[in-house]
Write a protein that binds this ligand. Structure first.
Ligand code: TYD
Ligand code: MG
Length: 451
């Protein structure tokens, strides 16, 4: 009964089939089925059959308040984790090569090791390399345990002996389990190895960090199930050439998703950027046309950003609409609203819009600044540089409120902005905001009159 079965597993979705085919029967992707051997596991089946009847229990009887958390030593990392590290949690960190995944985790591991036992498993670099990096980061004397190991079983043996509070696995693509014959990094290996590590984390209350490679398209390499198996998925991203790194939670069972932490890569490792508003503004000395400042929210905090637009004469039948950091369809929609309700036509103009600092903005609060940046460039009339705006623009030409208006206004005031144009309903109800003159608008025409 222990004869290994041959299965074909889809690289893209992790679906299994018994026969090879050019197209995955589950997700329809082409050329993604890979051979892998999955041994029958009688032990698992026996265990299932030995189980007595299923049990249920009332929700109210479940014990435990909030899960105990502890700090990773880096507040920006704690923020994306939802307020600190949870014991027994499994966190997957993805990102381009060289972006700083190993650096971040080594720094966090070293800092946690002052309070708790930490085991850092390096499957990619030799211990000498890790040592050299630690020296460079100035953390070489921290009580951190290292191991160069790629076999999950041996690694778990080690962990069972040392009983660490945190295990860092760099990277999951280099790990393999003895259960399978395929090479490390193969889909089946990734899934089994992650499964073993998740089981280990849950049974012993150890927090596990997994580093994951990303594919050309930017998704974590391997089957999507990897992201389902872990508790938290973080992506490390930056824009080309910048020394700033943003870490974003795309899934978090212990906190809010879409939370953003910001770091700067320096000579001596990653430094936290506590006040990211400052780096995403370009702060022109004199007002320039085509620039508008807005307050968006990333996760739980407001952040000032600058939207730039360039409107230029077009010599093409289809004028260009180029967006960097924004949704291009949204721009087309805003231009249509501007035409229909503001009487400004752009059909013979190229329109380019960019968010400064390489940030990606998905929030509708950026509608109003985009619209005004475009208009300012079109008319070649700068907006005053102590003005901030935010608000969603509707198809009927109405300006709709966004959530947490007051908090956004406070952030703007903190950074020295003097005037704000906001949707009706977003102005502070009772109190005034010190030093900020707030204009409320309800329709697009009100905005055009106000600026
Ligand atoms: P690394 O953490 O090795 O990236 P990953 O594990 O995501 O592949 O990133 C290292 C990069 O960061 C490398 O290009 C050099 C740079 N770096 C610094 O600029 N300063 C430093 O102190 C360190 C350790 C790395
Ligand atoms: Mg690395």
């Amino acid at each position: 009964m222990n004869k290994p079965r041959i299965l074909y597993v889809c690289d893209a979705c992790g679906g299994r089939s018994l026969k090879w085919a050019g197209q995955c029967p589950d997700c329809g992707a082409w050329n993604t089925l890979v051979e892998s051997r999955l041994p029958d596991r009688p032990s698992a089946r026996q265990a299932a059959s030995q189980k007595t009847t299923a049990q249920m229990q009332p929700l109210a009887d479940l014990k435990g308040g909030s899960e105990p958390r502890y700090t990773s030593g880096l507040t920006e990392l704690d923020r994306v984790l939802g307020g600190g590290l949870v014991s027994g949690s499994v966190t997957l960190i993805g990102g381009d090569p060289g972006i700083g995944k190993s650096t971040l985790l080594l720094q966090a591991a070293a800092s946690i090791s002052e309070q708790r036992r930490v085991l850092y498993i390096s499957g990619e670099e030799s211990l000498e390399q890790v040592g050299l990096r630690a020296r460079r980061l100035g953390i070489a004397n921290k009580p951190l345990q290292l191991a160069a190991e790629t076999c999950v079983e041996r690694m778990l043996e080690l962990a069972a002996k040392y009983r660490p509070a945190v295990v860092v696995v760099d990277s999951i693509q280099t790990m393999f389990t003895e259960l399978l014959q395929s090479a490390p990094g193969a889909v089946a290996q990734l899934r089994e190895a992650t499964g073993l590590l998740v089981q280990f984390a849950k049974s012993g209350g150890t927090a596990v960090f997994l580093v994951g490679h990303v594919t050309k398209e930017g998704a974590i390499a391997g089957p999507r199930v990897l992201e389902h198996m872990v508790d938290t998925v973080l992506y490390f991203e930056n824009d080309a050439g910048s020394r700033y790194r943003a870490i974003r939670a795309v899934k978090n069972r212990y906190g809010a998703a879409n939370e953003l932490g910001v770091f700067a890569m320096t000579e001596s490792g990653l430094k936290e950027v506590k006040n990211p508003s400052a780096i995403f503004l370009s702060r022109h000395a004199a007002p320039v046309s085509g620039s508008a400042v807005s307050v968006i929210r990333e996760g739980s905090r407001p952040m000032l950003i600058e939207v730039q637009a360039l409107v230029d004469e077009s010599h093409m039948a289809n004028p260009r609409r180029v967006c960097v950091g924004l949704d291009a369809n949204r721009l087309s929609m805003l231009l249509a609203v501007l035409h229909r309700h503001g009487g400004v036509a752009m059909f013979d103009r190229d329109v380019f819009v960019n968010v400064v600092g390489g940030l990606r903005v998905a929030e509708t609060a950026a509608d109003l600044p985009v619209l005004l940046a475009v208009l300012s460039s079109f008319r070649d009339r700068p907006l005053s540089n102590d003005l901030v705006l935010f608000g969603e623009v509707g198809l009927a030409g109405e300006i709709r409120p966004v959530y947490n208006g007051e908090e956004r206004l406070r952030e703007a005031a903190k950074h020295g902005f003097k005037r704000a144009i906001v949707p009706r309903g977003n102005a502070p109800q009772q109190s005034r905001i010190e030093g900020l003159q707030v204009t409320q608008v309800g329709r697009l025409l009100d905005v055009l009159n106000a600026v």
